[in-house]
Design a protein around this ligand. Structure first.
Ligand code: PEP
Ligand code: MN
Length: 393
């Protein structure tokens, strides 16, 4: 398969993350193939189950048999063969040997199998053993050298690849890894949302930061994102809540670590569930319908029309506000005043936030909105000062 150049919108600077808000350089990921078009008989929402790590052939056989017994056959079976561990000394995976045991899954469940690859040698072995889908782990996604090495090893191979988000909440790294795959001809792509490391938030092993997967879907329409509640929560309790949120937001599937005897698992023992519990969880999740490719009903249509109208008004008001800002800029120039005045800024921030909160808008939203508007105002005025004729003395 020939490599395809990614087009980039050139109306934005590359590398332009300003002031904590995202201004992304948007790559075009079309036409990547949707899960339903991977040729593996999969559909959305895609449920992936299986252990954190393959441990023994008996373990794999037992999980398969309990999946059958409890009538919960996931669409895809996962197993970690090489385990990227934060510190050496913990179980680092059974290696190539474990790939042979995947034959058991094929015989018992007859579903596609996915394993994690972290370098070119892993890719080679996974391909040799006819693994159906590869995934790239969070610790690999952070490293463009490693991602590129994997991409090169896959050049010309038509295998689906799923990319977990990087450990840190950097959307561009996540997108970059997907782009690296796409650039070598991999078109069967999906993302996995497994949360982000945060030393201060003890509620989660990895904080979900829902704005990230949503932002990815906003930037690349059609990019499917599978949620991995196991690595987000890090414990059995709370998995269901995160999985339900993922479905409410409209993510495209769930990857849930499943083990016949979770407490004795060789890795991630606290977060794995039995096949029986997996079945209970999947049965109790409310799967929402996506409106994508569907006509909205009349009520929704009217409500959206109302929003369109309000957005127009909002834009008119913003235009008016910035025209007053320009007049203030001209006045400041004339009187040789600085653009930024901290007292005034503090006043605006505090009073507007208070008003917003009274109108049931969150404080965080108000602050982000005001920062955004203020930053634009300050930049506009500074440009005005810079571009105007020098004041004659
Ligand atoms: C895993 O899926 O078992 C794993 C190691 O995940 P992550 O890369 O999300 O930490
Ligand atoms: Mn795990």
């Amino acid at each position: 398969m020939s490599s395809q150049k990614l087009k980039t919108h050139n109306n934005r600077k590359p590398d332009s993350k300003e002031s904590g808000f995202f201004y992304l350089t948007v790559g075009i990921m079309k036409p990547h193939k949707q899960i339903k078009d991977w040729g593996l008989g999969l559909s959305n929402p895609m449920i992936i189950g299986g252990p954190c790590s393959a441990e023994t052939p008996e373990q794999i056989a037992q999980i398969c048999s309990e999946m059958k017994e409890n009538q919960i056959i996931p669409q895809v079976f996962r197993a970690g063969i090489w385990k990227p561990r934060t510190r050496p000394g913990s179980f680092e995976g059974v290696g190539e040997e474990g790939l042979k045991w995947m034959e058991i899954v094929r015989n018992e469940l007859n579903i596609p199998i996915t394993v994690e690859v972290g370098n070119a040698a892993h890719v080679e072995m996974a391909l040799k053993h006819q693994i159906d889908i590869l995934w790239i782990g969070a610790r690999t996604t952070v490293n463009p050298f490693a991602v590129q090495e994997i991409a090169e090893a896959l050049r010309g191979v038509d295998i689906p690849v799923m990319i977990k988000n990087p450990m840190n909440p950097d959307l561009e790294l996540w997108m970059g890894a997907l782009e690296r795959m796409y650039a070598v001809g991999i078109t069967k792509l999906a993302a996995i949302h497994r949360g982000f490391s945060d030393a201060y938030d003890k509620r989660y092993r990895n904080k979900p930061n829902w704005s990230m997967p949503i932002h990815l879907k906003r930037e690349w329409t059609g990019m499917e994102v599978i949620n991995d509640p196991s690595h987000i929560v890090g414990r059995r309790d709370g998995l269901l809540e995160v999985a339900q949120s993922a479905m409410n937001f409209g993510l495209d599937g769930l990857m849930i670590e499943t083990h016949h005897d979770p407490d004795k698992a060789w890795s991630d023992a606290k977060q794995q569930v039995t096949p029986r519990r997996l079945k209970e969880m999947i049965d109790s999740i409310e799967f929402k319908q996506s409106l994508e490719n569907m006509r909205p009903d009349e009520k929704l249509f009217d409500l959206r029309r109302a929003v369109d109208h309000l957005d127009d008004q909002l834009l008119d008001i913003l235009q008016e506000r910035f025209s007053v800002i320009d007049q203030i800029g001209a006045h400041k120039r004339e009187h040789n005043l600085t653009v930024f005045q901290s007292d005034r800024w503090k006043d605006v921030m505090d009073s507007r936030t208070e008003k917003g909160v009274k109108k049931h808008l969150s404080e965080k939203f108000m602050k982000e909105l005001l920062y955004c508007i203020h930053e634009e105002s300050v930049k506009r005025q500074e440009r005005q000062l810079r571009e105007a004729e020098p004041i004659k003395k």
